[in-house]
Design a protein around this ligand. Sequence first.
Ligand code: ADP
Length: 134
Amino acid sequence: MASFVLHLPAATAATSRWRSFSVSATASSNGAVPGRSQSVGQGKGGPVVVELPLDKIRRPLMRTRANDPVKVKDLMDSIQEIGLQVPIDVLEVDGVYYGFSGCHRYEAHQRLGLPKIRCKVRKATKETLRHHLR
Ligand code: ADP
């Protein structure tokens, strides 16, 4: 094993204060760095990936489409084990979030009791929203 000896001038050694530096890196269960959103084209009006509270996402088609319960259960197991790997797509219209897809992932989060879900948010116009609602 190699060893290193650090020689300091006596005056410096006597008067200097030890500084300690610590470097730490943590990652959330889904591999993302906590507290930071992964952004795609941020600042250029492109989509951004952020975590949103489930109850902040309006899902106008929720009652009209039934999810496959087996898929939801498989996703619950997988999300618990490795985290959400692909964010759901969300539209932001005048500060309000709308989700039309990612229904199984959304339900899996709900059933796991997770408060937030990773979303790929794209700004859209009311016209685009109307198109989705047709
Ligand atoms: P959804 O209605 O949410 O789109 P699908 O069953 O059609 O449900 O597709 C599941 C999606 O979830 C796939 O695109 C898959 O890549 C994605 N996904 C994200 N995270 C996971 C995960 N941890 N395990 C399995 N699939 C995942």
